[in-house]
Design a protein around this ligand. Structure first.
Ligand SMILES: C[S@@+](CC[C@H](N)C(=O)[O-])C[C@H]1O[C@@H](n2cnc3c(N)ncnc32)[C@H](O)[C@@H]1O
Length: 256
């Protein structure tokens, strides 16, 4: 799937207040796992890429020396800045910019994170190269992002996700992630998969789906066989799609 970066900006500026209020994003179970893998400390200069409304940056703020949140969408960053003020996170700042062309010098950060976002990046290899560049030696990149369980499900899944949110780009498998991260120079350390159940009504409302889009999503799911639905993590109740289950991969990549 392919789209213009302006698509992410437009999508997230339009729905920024819903993301600011979203429990899945504020407190979803990938966040404590990411923090555990990041092992932040007061000497850290941290960067949270595609920070959105700043959930990960705000979770890091009390544990690090400073944290910068980077995102394409000014509307999302406005919520992140307001929360920094409300919560007294004076060491958190927020900058507009792209994950694929970061406005920072090399060797600048000790910790980079990106949560629930890399599936939007058009060039994951560019993001990984940029994260490697801005990290100093010994630094770590911690990712939490949705993955496709198998290559067979991936095409169907990307179509499903893009119908719902046109700024979705690609949901990789763990193997794809491992190849790209290693090619960028990172050392892959053991990852974990965190299960999420996403309620269909909530999930479609979150990204502002029209009734027509909801119908297209249902048709896309209903066309699958029972075995394919299971592989795609779809949950049916009373004959209708009620939710889908996703795995969030959390991994710590090291620049040694
Ligand atoms: C689901 S939201 C972010 C969630 C947030 N990281 C959290 O933990 O709650 C995805 C974000 O990715 C941003 N985004 C998408 N593509 C981007 C890119 N190439 N560079 C920077 N930000 C991007 C969007 O603007 C959006 O704010």
């Amino acid at each position: 799937m392919s789209h213009d970066p302006a698509s992410s900006r437009a999508q997230f500026n339009a729905h920024a207040s819903k993301y600011a209020a979203s429990e899945v994003h504020r407190h979803g179970p990938s966040l404590p796992v990411l923090l555990d893998y990041a092992a932040p400390n007061q000497r850290d200069r941290a960067l949270d890429v595609a920070t959105g409304t700043g959930n990960t940056a705000h979770a890091l703020s009390p544990h690090v020396g400073e944290v910068v949140g980077l995102d394409l969408a000014e509307g999302m960053l406005a919520h992140a800045r307001q929360r920094a003020q409300d919560d007294g996170h004076a060491n958190a700042s927020f900058v507009v910019g792209s994950a694929e062309d970061m406005p920072f010098p090399g060797d600048h950060f000790t910790l980079v994170t990106s949560r629930h976002a890399p599936h939007h990046f058009l060039n994951l290899d560019r993001f990984l190269a940029e994260a490697f560049r801005v990290l100093e030696g010994g630094g770590r990149l911690v990712i939490a992002d949705q993955i496709s369980p198998t290559p067979a499900v991936q095409l169907w899944m990307d179509r499903y996700q893009t119908l719902r949110d046109p700024s979705h780009h690609a949901q990789r498998t763990v193997e794809e992630w491992r190849e790209l991260a290693t090619a960028a120079g990172f050392v892959w350390t053991p990852h974990t998969l965190v299960p999420y159940r996403l309620d269909f009504a909530w999930w479609t409302a979150q990204s502002g789906c029209s009734p027509e889009t909801v119908q297209r999503l249902r048709a896309h799911a209903d066309a699958l066989s029972e075995t394919e639905r299971q592989a795609a993590g779809l949950e049916y109740g009373g004959g209708a799609l009620v939710a889908h289950h996703e795995q969030m991969m959390v991994v710590r990549l090291e620049k040694r």
